[in-house]
Design a protein around this ligand. Structure first.
Ligand SMILES: C[S@@+](CC[C@H](N)C(=O)[O-])C[C@H]1O[C@@H](n2cnc3c(N)ncnc32)[C@H](O)[C@@H]1O
Length: 237
């Protein structure tokens, strides 16, 4: 089931620019890979950085294509809290377009941006587009399927980030398994979620996650029904 609700507003979409032509100008060899999709470029501003994010809407990428409101809420939270990732190791789960991980890279982090294999090309495009070449080593894009691949990744990242990744009940135990592997005693997890009744998002935060983690609600957008939680491990403290 796809998550309900609107993806992040595209009101800032580049005015007067043909999306396909825009993409071809920037990624002439890649665009054929997305022939069955409807591409869009949207411009966002956070923490003094302008991000231009390609979203390849269509059946192939599904929910990984758009920027979701929970991702924008997390970027806004970084801005409001003046979060600094300088010198910190960061991993993003279920990154979709990669907007959150890209912002963390621009804020100085050493960032691993992950999703299912189908989303990686889109994320790579967006990293290439937004991260200056001299910082490209700070943003790695890798496949990480929750519950399956996490052992290939470090334990004890400084920050673990996820936006709108709590929407498929069948994946909740897999996601928790991955979080338990990645999260060490000095790790901070930020999860931003649209709190959907129909997908038992509340159950994940109120019943499942607290079995292994301590949670603090650090931000709530009442209108959008989005919560941001700061989460730390209970197990290794
Ligand atoms: C609703 S989208 C959110 C995308 C992005 N974080 C955002 O907020 O704009 C959910 C993301 O989780 C990813 N995802 C779903 N199931 C996954 C799994 N089992 N392992 C890894 N990623 C998964 C999807 O590919 C998708 O990119």
């Amino acid at each position: 089931a796809a998550p309900s609700g609107q993806p992040g507003a595209s009101s800032l979409a580049l005015a007067g620019r043909e999306p396909q032509a825009g993409l071809e100008a920037v990624f002439p060899r890649e665009v054929g890979l997305f022939a069955d999709t409807f591409p869009e470029e949207t411009r966002y501003g956070f923490c003094g950085h302008v991000l231009i994010i390609a979203q390849h809407h269509g059946a192939r990428l599904g929910v990984a294509a758009p920027v979701w409101e929970a991702a924008l809420a997390l970027c806004k939270y970084f801005e409001e809290q003046k979060l600094n990732f300088r010198g910190k190791t960061v991993i993003e789960l279920g990154a979709g377009t990669g907007i959150v991980g890209i912002l963390a890279t621009l804020l100085g982090g050493d960032v691993t941006i992950t999703d299912l294999p189908l989303a990686l090309k889109q994320i790579q495009e967006n990293v290439h587009r937004n991260v200056p070449a001299e910082h490209s080593a700070q943003a790695r894009v890798c496949a990480l399927s929750w519950g399956l691949d996490h052992e290939e990744f470090l334990r004890d990242y400084d920050f673990i980030l996820g936006a709108d990744i709590v929407y498929l009940k069948d994946t909740y135990s897999l996601l928790i398994k991955t979080l338990r592997h990645l999260c060490g005693p000095r790790s901070t997890i930020y999860l931003s979620s649209k709190m959907r009744q129909e997908h038992s998002t509340v159950v994940f935060y109120e019943a499942l996650l607290p079995l292994h983690f301590s949670l603090e609600l650090v931000y709530r957008d009442e209108k959008e029904n989005i919560n941001i939680y700061r989460v730390t491990s209970k197990e290794i403290s």
